[in-house]
Design a protein around this ligand. Sequence first.
Ligand code: FES
Length: 136
Amino acid sequence: MASETPIPAAPLAWPKHAAPICPSAALAELGRHRFRVLYRGTPREAILVRFQGVVYGYLNQCVHMPKELDCEQPRVFDAAGESIRCSMHGITYVPATGACLSEICAGESLTALRVQERDGMLYLTEKRTTLLGTDL
Ligand code: FES
């Protein structure tokens, strides 16, 4: 009986359209970094956040009203550092999914953007979305 040789895992594909947003060091734990994208043909503000070491990207617009999450203050996490919190009226979101935690907007979510961290840089990897600029 012939022994089977395990097939090595294929390396993760790196998207050709990946666009560098900023160095990893520009986004501290519980921090935020603003950038701009062309999303579905419209220029939009976007935001990176880092939660438990992982980076997430969202359009920077609350589901409650068309306000940026950091419109009143630069901090986008609640005092406990457990939820994204809109600075306008305090609606909170799950950092890893953007799902709204507040009853008033139950079932709604922030609009997620695919982002990846690689070799000390943070990249926008969302298809059909163009990086327009970033705050450095
Ligand atoms: S606009 Fe964000 S909580 Fe009201």
